[in-house]
Design a binder for this molecule. Structure first.
Ligand SMILES: [Zn+2]
Length: 136
């Protein structure tokens, strides 16, 4: 799974992000982050946009737990959670939540970037203590 786009603007963005860690497009004209990468700021129309390091933290805005593999290649990973994470900087990202029992994910759960530190495949994991499952 990847959030990487194949269009030219997005490709140039990901090339510039490598080495920065978790970064989002940042408009130096109005001082706001946005996502997805695009040639003009969606808030002010400014074109002075560059990747800027972001906190890598946010909260679960929405999620879905996949129990039936859409293709055989995904079968080993089920169940897994697809989520929209609202980053603390504002942009919402389509991603996966990992290192957690998918049934314990909740709307509003605090999460942080994990796995490969650099884009373009940021995954998120819980950023709060997990309550262990009770055993009968
Ligand atoms: Zn702007």
């Amino acid at each position: 799974m990847s959030i990487q786009s194949s269009d030219a603007e997005s490709g140039r963005y990901w090339d510039r992000v490598r080495g920065l860690g978790f970064a989002l497009p940042y408009c130096t004209d109005c001082g706001q982050f946005h996502f997805y990468p695009r040639p003009a700021c969606p808030f002010c129309g400014g074109t002075r946009i560059a990747p800027a390091r972001a906190s890598g933290k946010g909260e679960v805005y929405s999620y879905s737990v996949v129990h039936r593999a859409p293709k055989p290649a995904f079968a080993a990973g089920i169940p897994y959670a697809i989520a929209i994470v609202a980053t603390d900087e504002g942009p919402h990202l389509l991603t996966r939540i990992v290192n957690v029992d998918p049934d314990s994910i909740r709307i509003g759960m605090r999460v942080r970037v994990c796995g490969p530190a650099a884009m373009p495949e940021p995954l998120f994991e819980p950023d709060e203590p997990q309550v262990p499952k009770e055993t009968p």
